[in-house]
Design a protein around this ligand. Structure first.
Ligand SMILES: [Zn+2]
Length: 305
């Protein structure tokens, strides 16, 4: 048995030529994982579109229905930043299903990775910053509803604050939200996570990893979650178009090893999503995202999960 990975061909849907959201990365990540023999075809699990009432465990029905039908007003649509199409609706819902499946696999096998997900800027009644429905929040509520997990830790290391997730769970003691992000980056108005660690512009590998090491072990022992949902955004990379931090590939790999092995050593299951990553060099970007699956495969072997 090898690391379970979740992918669906519908994770990719065409956007207008030159759109700044790197949509092809999801399919190319899948191809790289196979091509570099990080994973074999049997390791991949295919998610389904979740029923709409699962999405409505987090989002208000008016928003879900308007988005799915394409009747959202133009201002709300612009805030999302992705041009609406029926294919994008399918893509959005399938990716949410992917994070739910990843979480279920993580509970069963100890560790699992999605090849999409991390739409943490989505709020109950609106989307924002390329995020339409909040997969991390929906997966959390679905697992709780199904009685598969009670206490959940959302560990968000994307370079942008997980503002939607923080808002959704602000009064919910069963979910602990942790966000470590660049302090002067999007979103302009930050929400209050259970624990926020804002980082200065330009922080490098060593300072970043030392900061993470200062918080992570205590966080795990204090929260004692049934599951960790990990947003492994690679936008803290020095080469990222939106990031403003200065991590290298080696730093990102060390980060993934640090997170996954600390959780595995504590006996905690981890479901990972890839989060943000923006670069003109698509191959370089995909490699950065694949560091999660490379590290997770290593941890999966080491800990015989
Ligand atoms: Zn981001």
């Amino acid at each position: 048995m090898n690391l379970p990975i979740v992918y669906h061909p519908d994770y990719v849907t065409p956007l207008p030529e030159g759109h700044r959201f790197p949509m092809p990365k999801f399919g190319k990540l899948y191809e790289m994982l196979l091509g570099d023999r990080v994973a074999n075809p049997e390791q991949f699990h295919t998610p389904k579109r979740p029923p709409q009432d699962w999405i409505e465990l987090v989002h208000i029905p008016e928003y879900v229905q308007a988005y799915c039908k394409g009747t959202l007003d133009p201002k709300a649509q612009r805030r999302i930043g992705l041009p609406w199409s029926p294919a994008l609706v399918n893509r959005t819902c399938t990716a949410v299903g992917g994070t739910i499946l990843t979480a279920q696999l993580a509970l069963k096998y100890g560790l699992a990775c999605n090849t999409a997900g991390g739409t943490h800027h989505a709020f109950p009644s609106y989307g924002s910053g390329f995020c339409i429905f909040n997969d991390l929040a929906i997966a959390t509520r679905v697992l709780q509803q199904l009685g598969l997990a009670q206490k959940i830790l959302i560990l968000d290391l994307d370079v942008h604050q997980g503002d939607g997730t923080a808002f959704i769970f602000q009064d919910d003691k069963s979910v602990f939200t942790f966000s470590m992000h660049c302090e002067v980056n999007f979103p302009g108005t930050k929400q209050k996570s259970d624990l926020d660690v804002p980082l200065p512009v330009g922080m490098d590998d060593d300072a970043y990893l030392q900061t993470l090491a200062k918080y992570l072990p205590d966080l795990l022992s204090e929260v004692q979650p049934d599951l960790v949902l990990y947003d492994a955004g690679v936008d803290p990379h020095a080469g990222d178009r939106l990031g403003k931090l200065a991590l290298t590939n080696a730093g990102i790999y060390r980060r993934e090893m640090q997170v996954l092995s600390t959780c595995a050593a504590a006996g905690l299951p981890v479901a990972s999503v890839i989060g943000g990553g923006y670069a003109d060099d698509l191959n370089a970007l995909i490699y950065r995202h694949s560091l999660l699956h490379r590290a997770a495969s290593e941890v999966y072997r080491q800990y015989r999960l």
